[in-house]
Design a protein around this ligand. Structure first.
Ligand code: SAM
Length: 744
């Protein structure tokens, strides 16, 4: 196999992540792609029938198809999917490029409702064929605004197996960059409509141990604004217990924090998605009847069935679920019940048991060995009892995907005569923290789990990494190696010690701003309620601000009740909370707002509008048509007198400030609003501005008018022309237009 970065083949063996930045496939010379140790190891495992071996290897050497998913709330996704099916695909059906027919995109057979697609088109076709070029720009724009998610097919599987419902408390433990998080959020928001966001009673915590990557996560999930989202930054293997008052407990306002703390319980989850040996921590955070999906983009049994078996053996009360027929159309193979670990760099697989292996090394060297008993398969009886065949294995040649492994683990539900839900959660937090601390001190757990020789660059990991992409492989933040690689024992002991310390108190190095819920009586909230015509059921007590003073300086966020409860009952720096809820209103900073007096003016943000819409009085919403939309798109500050009659008459009567415009479904010539649109505007004395972000405006323009008619696009073309004639870009101009777009 070819090694190193830039090799498109590297995605096959160990895969699953999205590559939003590239919308192209690459062709790499197959003759370079040889890896004798890889072949030796996997042949020995006997995972691929002999007659399929060549097909398996050949498939691994070919580029992966380009795959994407239509994202966003269910109704919006269906509308866009129809557009792809009815407007784009027919144009791509008979494309011939350099005398070769090019296959059009096809729906991935197992993805529910046909919302995922794949195509296998070389880069030059995307660039040069006019039909594909158009499709390509459509994909790029829709990806930028979050309606399409570029995600590898197998990476879409784990969230599907979780079967998340809007009331579930869900955790994505190693979540960045967030493609699976987006899927989970969508499931939590299954009740959203095209124009309105629902407020699920459940919760999604998206966590990643890499601080920088949590920002990717925040950025990605902003595409589906949710009051039910929290983003945290922890090592998932020591994820802290989150406190939550039991559902029945209402604290009188004078309750002492210590007394209240004793009445609180650990938040337990219904669904947990993860990828690593963090599995055990997840098992301890799961509710009875709850579900964990353990998935890897590896085909190696030592990283898959061995981990699952060790985890199931170490914590009783869990079972593998049979999900083999959950996704009709998905071709998969059962989990393995036996395998041969490799014990050295030459891929030596001579030892059928751990005891045999130990016998082979001198007693003095046994301590240093990185191999553990759990690397070896359990006995046949144990493998059957654990039902390891219920794991799902996906091989590249079966459906032209990356290799993948999924295990769906359920915490055995309480029997009907068992404890009530309230009692189930009623593990006192004090007990919990004591037991967690004890657990961290125990060094035996990780010894039970498979470990790789992290230092041994020629060992098994290296063997796998020849098929790997570095940016996508799950790495341990400390060692920089693959996440499945355990921290060496001595370092591990040190790390554990410091982790125990760290969990005792708030993290003093955590620099994020605090979260302050504002009183519904606060003049700013009252002002928003009256100026923006918010209805009495607007959950004003769920609005928070994020700054050191706790005042409404710039942005107002909204959360649902469970997120509010968590924020109020936990130290935000201890749970390393990076963000929560979603931004719904922002202070208008532009000169127009300043002119109108010193009183701060807030507007509904375009990303917050679907969340706010159910609370906006209908009479506040202005109806307008396609002609009005065109004017709003074509200029930054169109003057009021230039709008068509009905809209002009209404807007002239309105007070300056934020308003919401509704554009009903309409068709006129080649332009069409295919579903009702709601957009925020800002009225100044003489003009009206459409308050949506530049890229979203361009994507909308393409969708409605079939071309980018925005001022920004015209300016970009002009700039390009100027710079190609003068060889010098007019920077001051582009900076100015950026400012106008952002500030309105
Ligand atoms: C392959 S990526 C996950 C991809 C993600 N699930 C998605 O679908 O977009 C692996 C992530 O795990 C994170 N990670 C590695 N070790 C971790 C740990 N101990 N705790 C939490 N996150 C961890 C890495 O920072 C990285 O962002």
């Amino acid at each position: 196999m070819a090694k190193g970065k830039g090799n498109s083949r590297r995605k096959r063996g160990r895969d699953g992540q999205d590559r939003n930045d590239t919308w192209r496939s690459e062709i790499v010379d197959k003759s370079d792609m040889k890896n004798e140790r890889f072949e030796k190891y996997y042949q020995e495992q006997g995972i691929i029938p002999e007659e399929e071996w060549e097909g398996f290897m050949d498939s691994m050497r070919g580029p992966l198809p380009t795959t994407f998913r239509v994202a966003g709330s269910r109704q919006t996704a269906h509308l866009l999917n129809n557009l792809i099916k009815e407007a784009h695909v027919p144009h791509l059906a008979n494309v011939v490029f350099e005398e070769e027919p090019v296959s059009p995109p096809t729906q991935i057979p197992w993805y529910p409702d046909g919302l995922a697609w794949q195509f296998n088109v070389p880069k030059k076709v995307l660039r040069k064929s006019p039909e594909f070029k158009k499709f390509h720009s459509f994909l790029v724009f829709e990806t930028e605004v979050g309606n399409i998610s570029r995600q590898e097919a197998v990476s879409m599987l784990p969230p599907l197996y979780l079967e998340v419902e809007p009331h579930h408390r869900v955790m994505d433990m190693c979540a960045a960059p967030g493609s699976k998080t987006a899927q989970l959020l969508e499931a939590l928001h299954a009740q959203d409509t095209v124009t309105e966001t629902s407020i699920p009673s459940g919760l999604l915590i998206a966590n990643d141990s890499d601080h920088k990557r949590t920002h990717l996560l925040i950025h990605q999930s902003a595409r589906l604004p949710s009051p039910a989202l929290m983003v945290t930054n922890h090592d998932a293997s020591i994820y802290p217990a989150i406190k939550i008052p039991s559902e029945q407990t209402v604290f009188p306002s004078n309750t002492k924090p210590r007394v209240a703390a004793k009445k609180q319980h650990q938040l337990l989850f219904d669904r947990i998605l993860l990828q690593l040996r963090i599995l055990q921590r997840a098992m301890r955070m799961l509710r009875k009847g709850g579900r964990i999906v353990y998935s890897t983009c590896s085909m190696n049994p030592v990283e898959n069935e061995a981990v699952v078996a060790a985890a199931l053996k170490s914590i009783p009360g869990f079972e593998l679920l049979d999900v083999s027929s959950r996704l009709p159309g998905l071709i998969h193979r059962p989990g393995l019940t036996t395998w041969r670990p490799s014990t050295d760099r030459t891929v030596l697989m001579n030892f059928t048991t751990y005891a045999d292996y130990l016998q082979s090394i001198p007693e003095s060297k046994r301590e240093e060995s990185k191999m553990a008993e759990s690397h070896w398969p359990p006995s046949q009886f144990e493998a059957e009892t654990l039902k390891l065949t219920r794991c799902i294995r996906i091989y590249p040649h079966l459906q032209d995907t990356g290799g993948f492994f999924v295990a769906v683990i359920q915490k055995v539900p309480e029997s009907s005569e068992g404890l009530s839900q309230g009692k189930r959660d009623a593990q006192s937090l004090e007990d919990l923290e004591t037991s967690e601390t004890k657990k961290l001190k125990r060094s035996d757990i990780s010894q039970e789990l498979p470990q790789f020789n992290n230092d041994d660059k020629d060992g098994e990991d290296q063997l796998m990494s020849t098929l790997d992409t570095e940016e996508d492989s799950v790495s341990d933040p400390k060692s920089g190696g693959p996440a499945t690689a355990a921290i060496p024992p001595t370092e591990e002991a040190e790390t554990r010690k410091s982790k125990v310390k760290a969990t005792k108190g708030a993290d003093i190095h955590f620099k994020e701003n605090p979260y302050t819920f504002i009183s519904p009586e606060d003049p700013i909230i009252q002002n928003c309620v009256s100026k923006l015509h918010l209805k009495p059921d607007f959950p004003a007590s769920n609005v928070l601000v994020r700054n050191p003073t706790g005042e409404a300086v710039r942005s107002l966020y909204m959360t649902n009740d469970i997120v509010k409860s968590i924020v109020q009952h936990n130290d935000y720096s201890k749970i390393r909370l990076m963000t929560c809820g979603t931004k719904v209103m922002g202070r208008q900073e532009g000169s127009a707002a300043k002119r109108e007096g010193a009183e701060p003016q807030f507007r509904i943000l375009s990303e917050g509008l679907p969340v706010m819409l159910p609370y906006i009085a209908p009479e506040f919403i202005i109806r307008a048509d396609l002609a009005t939309l065109k004017i709003l798109m074509e200029a930054y500050y169109p003057v009021i007198s230039g709008f068509p009659g009905p809209f002009r008459a209404i807007i002239e009567e309105k007070a300056p400030g934020c308003h919401i415009v509704r554009f009903p479904q309409e068709e006129s010539g080649s332009s069409s609003v295919s579903h009702e649109l709601l957009l925020p505007i800002w009225k100044s004395n003489a003009s009206v501005t459409l308050m949506i972000e530049k890229k979203a405006k361009s994507a909308l323009s393409l969708r409605v008018f079939g071309e980018d008619i925005t001022t920004a696009a015209k300016e970009a073309t002009l700039n390009k022309r100027n710079s190609s004639t003068s060889g010098n870009q007019d920077e001051s101009h582009s900076v100015k237009t950026e400012g106008i777009e952002e500030g309105g």
